[in-house]
Design a binder for this molecule. Structure first.
Ligand code: PLP
Length: 368
């Protein structure tokens, strides 16, 4: 038996990275993962429970997730052939990156991202040997289009990732801005609509199949189905054919397919629920701002907040009182900040109360 020589087997680009550690722990109030704060409607839960009872556990699921994709096509208005289902949109991001890593005439493949943005684009691209070209958002967290177009023309990226709205800043890219970036590149522009329902704007899905170099990602994770791990890629047929070559054949469990399909068939319920979260987001932001926080406007179900350089201290104070928000150290453009997900009204009330206590106590007494 020989020792495993990881240094010789793991490529250098992977050796330099550390794993993305999603939030864990058992806290009563979770405002750190941009989830939807309530379980699905009881009638939907019951329908899912009943459907799952008859899943044949000894059989593989449908490798093409046909019923699930068809429910997505009906809901979002695109051809079923233009859709690939993924084990969360994380899997689809990864599949796109691994598929499109050709050298385009010599150099390493590249992605362009506007920073700060969702960490998985960078992490996955670096692991796959890409160069990651980062274009900072403007000081007001609006897209810096001049810098983005310049980077796209000079670096000729394989993929431009746009989280729209952008996690963690809540920035929204207009149709004109997305169009301009798609026109400037010969690579793929991915519009990641993980928070699309919260923006109140039209989805790119109906157009994407016919738009040459545009693809769209959606997920059930942010509208009440995070446990399902169910995401969708809508893209031109030629690209999907290539991605399919590396997609694990049974990437979605039958449970996810069954539950996801039911979730999509009742998607009408999502609109009013999302609208209620948006109202809560705005109320929470107003109250925190009134109390002394600096809140950045957002089109998602979350927002960034700063608090006189005391963000890390505030995050610890809240956590000791059972409330978890996401502390983001040294973000590009803003520096340290907290990303706060809008929760249920009573969770938001608790956060507002604890924030006021933090400010009045000077943040020294975390108990009580
Ligand atoms: C912008 C963005 N895209 C994709 C994802 C991943 O979503 P999923 O749960 O579908 O893998 C997230 C999760 O936080 C996200 O913020």
């Amino acid at each position: 038996m020989n020792d495993l020589d990881l240094a010789g087997l793991v490529p250098e680009c992977l050796g330099r990275l550390s794993a993305y550690v999603p939030p864990g722990g058992d806290y009563p109030v979770r405002l750190d993962a941009n989830e939807y704060p309530h379980p699905p409607d009881p009638a939907i839960q019951e329908e899912i429970r009943r459907a799952l009872e008859s899943v044949p556990l000894n059989r593989y699921p449908d490798p093409a997730s046909r019923a699930l994709r068809s429910a997505f096509a009906d809901r979002f208005g695109c051809p079923v052939e233009a859709i690939m289902a993924g084990n969360g949109s994380d899997e689809l991001i990864s599949l796109l990156i691994w598929t499109l890593r050709g050298g385009q005439g010599g150099g390493p493949p590249a992605i362009v991202v506007h920073t700060p943005t969702f960490a998985m684009y960078r992490l996955t691209a670096l692991a796959a040997g890409y160069e990651v070209v980062e274009v900072p958002l403007g000081g007001d967290l609006e897209p810096d289009m001049e810098a983005a177009l310049k980077a796209i023309r000079e670096k000729r990226p394989n993929i431009v990732f746009l989280s729209n709205p952008n996690n963690p800043t809540g920035t929204f890219y207009s149709r004109e801005q997305v169009d301009a970036m798609a026109r400037a590149t010969r690579g793929l522009v991915v519009v990641d609509e993980a928070y699309g329902d919260y923006s109140g704007e039209a989805s790119w899905v109906p157009e994407s199949a016919s738009r040459g170099n545009l693809a769209v990602l959606r997920t059930l994770s942010k509208v009440g189905g995070a446990a399902l791990r169910c995401g969708f890629l809508v893209a031109p047929a030629g690209l999907l054919r290539e991605v399919n070559k590396i997609r694990p054949p049974f990437n979605l469990s039958r449970h996810t397919q069954v539950a996801g399909e039911i979730f999509l068939r009742h998607y009408d319920l999502v609109g009013p629920r999302v609208a209620a979260v948006v109202r809560e987001r705005d109320r929470l932001a107003r109250e925190l701002e009134k109390s002394g926080g600096r809140v950045f406007p957002s089109r998602g179900n979350f927002f960034l907040m700063q608090c006189d350089g005391r963000e890390e201290e505030l995050s610890r104070f809240l956590q000791e009182g059972g409330i978890v928000v996401k502390f983001l150290a040294r973000l590009p453009v803003t520096g340290d900040a907290l990303r706060i997900t809008a929760g249920a009204p009573e969770e938001n009330d608790l956060l507002i109360r604890r924030f006021r206590e933090f400010l009045s106590e000077g943040g020294t007494d975390a108990k009580g």
